[in-house]
Write a protein that binds this ligand. Sequence first.
Ligand SMILES: *Cc1c(COP(=O)(O)O)cnc(C)c1O
Length: 413
Amino acid sequence: MIWHPYTPMKYWPEAIGIVRGKGVYLTDEEGNEYIDAISSWWVNLHGHAHPYIAEKVSAQLSILEHCIFAGFTHEPAVELAERLLGILPGNMAKIFYSDNGSTAVEVAIKMALQYWANKNEPKKKIIAIDGAYHGDTFGAMSVSARSIFTTPFNDYLFDVEFIPFPENGSGESMEKLESLLKHGDVAAFIAEPLVQGTAGMRMYDEVVLNRYFELCKKYNAIIIADEVMTGFGRTGSLFACNRIEQHPDIICLSKGLTGGTMAMGITACTQTIFDAFYDDRSKTLYHGHSYTANPLTCVAALASLDLLLQDDCAKQRVYIEERHKEFATTINNAVKNVRCKGTVLAIELKTGEDTSYNNRERDFIYQFFLERKILMRPLGNIIYFMPPYCIAAKELEYVYDKIKELTNILTTK
Ligand SMILES: *Cc1c(COP(=O)(O)O)cnc(C)c1O
């Protein structure tokens, strides 16, 4: 009946029926309680069915559930924009609402391309990083790596220049970026700052990110920071771009934005970007979605922000990061690489086969954790642990313990 996303339906026909969530736990129809080790596709920040968010959203339901967002506005959207502009890195001046991470990226690409069109400057090229993932709509796919996700559509995606991922030093990556920028026709550079999520939680250094941005500034290309995954505390700071000196011109947000309650995308931009769309009707950004800035969703985001900015939540994030780092030094069996940034711990496992999304051990690893009542959805042979921030010490330790057990099994397998 239901066609599930990212699911080879023949091989994974069964979906587990979940009836309720509470804190880090998801409970299925049989009463099994799973620790949500991946924050339900990276969105959940404060645990499931958080009473504070629930209370705020239910109160809003009987005040205003939805309202067209052209020609009309409402307090939750205004308040959310104000509060985000107050904490976003750089000098963001405007908030554009949409529906999810992919649309936040679509809007960013459109803003960047139309910016140059509106200014009558012939800049059309977009640069991205090898392995990038920016979403599943056509524009977002175009700026993402060509992969098994995009193969059937590759002929329909627009051309993008990819620079090497700065894996072993950034030299080659930086040289390619600068040689492309030098042509003077680069409209925008888009990157997942510090952590490439879908590529396998691949991490790179702050110095590298800062240098990328510096080069883009030097050659006057628009910088798009896709903080859909890294935003809202995931990498340690509130946003990944908080950790560097240079600032992006456009920031994409989604995932943790509502604490995992409802879907929403945001594209924030500077006054300079906005101004290029201002003085003529023909320069309008003709983009919008029916549910843009839904009041319930805005209220969920506001409630999630309240929780995120509390001292307790900040302390939890520091605690998780410290424990991740300590744990990382204690495992070596069957481990090719282990890396950590903020609350994200990623372990690349040795499986006698190259690292890939369709690695043959993937299903074994997934089942291994499910049987131990942990939801851990590996990216091929890469497992990652990025729990809701409210996770307690004993749950953290339980998951570490099972990761260790897995690495021991893989060694003898
Ligand atoms: C998940 C993700 C997206 C796409 O977001 P959706 O809400 O799934 O459309 C875009 N960029 C990054 C970095 C992501 O991790």
